[in-house]
Design a protein around this ligand. Sequence first.
Ligand SMILES: [Zn+2]
Length: 304
Amino acid sequence: MKLVIGIDIGGTNLRFGSVTQGGTLYHFEKKYSAALLGEHAVDNLSREILEYMERYQLAGRVLAVAVGVPSMVSKDKSFVYSTPNLKGLENIDLGHMLKEKTGLPVFVDRDVNYLLLNDIKKYGLDTKKKNTILGMYLGTGFGNAIYINGQIYAGKNGAAGELGHIPFWKLDEVCACGNIGCAEKRCSGLYLQTLRDKYFKDTDISEIFTKHRDTPVIQEYVDMLAIPISTEITILDPDYVIMGGGVMIMKDFPMTRLTEQIKRRTRHPYPSQNLEFVFPEHTHAGGVIGGAYAVFAEMQEEKN
Ligand SMILES: [Zn+2]
């Protein structure tokens, strides 16, 4: 049985797994990604891959490697552009470098693209017709992915779906991406942390919605989230909108308020009136499995 090794690289964790074409996951591992942040990031990562294969005796069974990164990736799925949270992997041709070191085909993509592909399969969202599906993943930053006509929409450069980096009016703070006033300066887990530090010092971040969801500060936070989300919905009139990520699954997150705000700010009567939201449950392996789906599909296409 042939496998794809899926690797999900986040600012905090690195996740590994071996996935069959049917989506069955084996040998899942999670470790801190700190060792990858430095200047030897590519060497470390290729060593991790080879050791992982050794550990589970995978030689000869691996078709390819899928690497999800929290950054913008070239359309040929190799070059990693600006990566504020993983400096060791920034502005390098990661796919080709790893291919050289491991001897395996390597595909690199935005982590949110992999998350979206996993959610589409898991919730059976596109089994018969070619739906338009949007992924909104609110974590440390604001992740977004777009699925149209049976595939992830990449745009001219691979840069489509950077919804967290649309400009907010009259916001002049510099974003990690280098631009000024990006939505992500307000719509992110990082900004939620800033609000906690400023207004709710005695509350642990995990309790912030439980204790303070009805305060004007948190209500405004939630209402601001609706702005980029409504914007993309109004442009694309999607069949489904996936609402996920670490912040949206926090205890007592005001999801009803958020979806009401989104409907209010989206074009009437449609798409506002029959919006269909999907709320994925939390998973550690979504990016790993989604990466494998992407690579199996890619290799099938290359064969045809
Ligand atoms: Zn930005």
